[in-house]
Design a binder for this molecule. Sequence first.
Ligand code: ADE
Length: 231
Amino acid sequence: MPTLGIIVAMREELEIVLERLQEPQTLQRAGMDFHRGSYLGKPVVAVVCGVGKVNAAACTQMLISEFAVGSIINIGIAGAVEPSIRPGDIVIADTLVQHDVELKALGLAPGQVFRLDTFDFPTDPALLAIAQTAAQQIEGHQVHTGRIVTGDQFIACNDKIQWLSATFNALACEMESGAIAQVCYLNTVPFVCIRSISDNANNDAHMDFDTFLPIAVNNASTLLHAMVPSC
Ligand code: ADE
């Protein structure tokens, strides 16, 4: 059975997996703890990658090259870009773009990666469908599917979210999954990303963030428990 890689941003989001991991083994690579074992009968390697694109890319390549995972789930938090999306809601990515990639001087569009045939990295349709089914278990919050944008910036600015919306038609923004998506694309590894909205990425983002973090952690636990057996 192929091993599933699980990447989260925060340790709390892994608690449900770590509590129930059978035959657990932890290996340190690139300063990260990779927890290997069986979760709900599925071989998994679960890891907290930390914040930002470099951490996320290093973690993803390690999962693929060293732990030979067959597919990857990324769960975490995001800021809302689309105004109708509220903290506590879930956004499942169908594509991911790195909003901070900028080679305009060379005639490239925002987000366009130099000499790569795409920069709007799609998630895997089968994993996306599993995520959508699992997300039905989240009560009291809306579930949205669409583009998530990634950059090495915590967005807390009204002008910036308007730019992200106008330029990329993005639903949400965060700091890792576009990099994970590019590494998965380069290695032809199926990938999906599910994010709970922790803030509105506006001038009050830090206040929302503290309030909605526990909800996001709870959502992550519910989603992982529902998804992993089907992956
Ligand atoms: N992750 C959660 N909220 C975010 C925000 N506002 N900007 C970037 N990443 C985030």
